[in-house]
Design a protein around this ligand. Structure first.
Ligand code: SF4
Length: 342
């Protein structure tokens, strides 16, 4: 465990985490909304520091990033936890844990507290065909640093992984076309200390860092991290505050600020999962695209097709015609709009 970088001490051994806008106040023994930070004896610790759930060599387009080193591969790593609780999450098992596996259908969005996010633009961790972190039977990395899967967090198999090991793995795979490390699969901003340390090492090796994120992070930690990040895919899950509150248990304004700040520092692409009846109106998509164009008309927008998943099982997949209409609305403001998941 690693002591958290961003928190304040309160009275009676309580702490307030100030990493993300939830600003969880935690008495000793309590864990934050993200399930990745816990008050232990009056100090806040990152529970996922040094633990990975999945490490794989993926095409950069899978993040999705279409205008950043197209055709290359990127070593992609994720752990557990998330600070959103999107009802359609396709990585729910690592974001929420096993206890949420039997969650009731949440088509109408009336339910549980906080907690996690979509799989970030379709970047799923469930397929292990490109898995690189070894288990006890197969040490394919050859580094010898990563341990056998030794922990089981809420039903999720974890592997120990140090920042130096991940950076070294990225370097080893450079000769196979790897350009760096993508922090993805779960929400990487709540893996903050690990991501920041690894990103610095990856940079030293002349490789790039990519963040695939929901953008729900406070300004100060974002400011510290951005100098080491080369590209981001940021989910903008809808373009109304109500959508974020009701279906993600998060907030749109903070995400907008992250997109605006990030675009000043690195390459940014945005992903919106288009869900029939919830965020698919041409007017809403047009407003989203208009706002993005006010930042930079060349920001790439991915409009991703929804499929029933997790707690949102009663909504049919997005009709292709809806995606086409959404694309048309967005193209009135942006130069690069791509339907995804089709
Ligand atoms: S990262 Fe966010 S959700 Fe997690 S403990 Fe801190 S404030 Fe709460």
């Amino acid at each position: 465990m690693k002591e958290a970088a961003y928190y304040e001490k309160l009275d009676n051994g309580s702490v307030r985490c100030i990493l993300c806008p939830h600003r969880c106040s935690l008495r000793p023994g309590m864990t934050g909304v993200c399930r990745a930070r816990r008050n232990i004896d009056g100090r806040l610790f990152s529970l996922n520091y040094g633990y990975a759930v999945s490490v794989a060599l993926d095409p950069i387009e899978k993040k999705p990033l279409y205008h950043f080193h197209p055709g290359s591969l990127i070593l992609s790593a994720g752990t557990f936890g998330c600070n959103f609780r999107c009802s359609w999450c396709q990585n729910w098992s690592i974001a929420h844990g096993e206890d949420d596996a039997h969650g009731e259908d949440d088509t109408h969005g009336e339910d549980d507290a906080h907690g996690e996010d979509d799989a970030h633009g379709g970047d799923r961790a469930s397929g292990r065909e490109n898995e690189l972190v070894p288990d006890s039977r197969d040490d394919r990395t050859g580094s010898g640093d990563e341990q056998a899967y030794a922990w089981n967090h809420r039903g999720v198999r974890l592997s120990e992984l140090r920042p130096e090991s991940l950076a070294r793995l990225a370097e080893q795979y450079a000769s196979h076309g790897n350009i760096g490390v993508a922090y993805t699969y779960n929400e990487p901003t709540i893996w903050y200390e690990f991501v920041l340390e690894t990103a610095k090492l990856v940079r030293e090796k002349g490789l790039v860092n990519v963040l695939v994120t929901n953008g729900f992070i406070n300004e100060e930690p974002l400011k510290e991290l951005l100098p080491y990040i080369d590209a981001m895919n940021i989910d903008v899950k809808g373009f109304t505050g109500n959508f974020y509150t009701r279906y993600c248990k998060g907030g749109l304004d903070h995400v907008r600020r992250t997109v605006e700040r990030a675009a000043q520092h690195c390459h940014v692409e945005v992903t919106t999962l288009v869900i029939p009846g919830l965020n698919d109106s041409p007017g809403e998509i047009g407003e989203l695209a208009r706002w993005l164009s006010s930042i930079d008309r060349d920001i790439v927008l991915h409009l991703s097709r929804f499929f029933p998943n997790y707690k949102m099982l009663r909504i049919a997949p997005t009709p292709l015609k809806t995606l086409e209409t959404a694309k048309k609305s967005a193209m009135e403001h942006l130069r690069h709009v791509y339907p995804g998941n089709v």
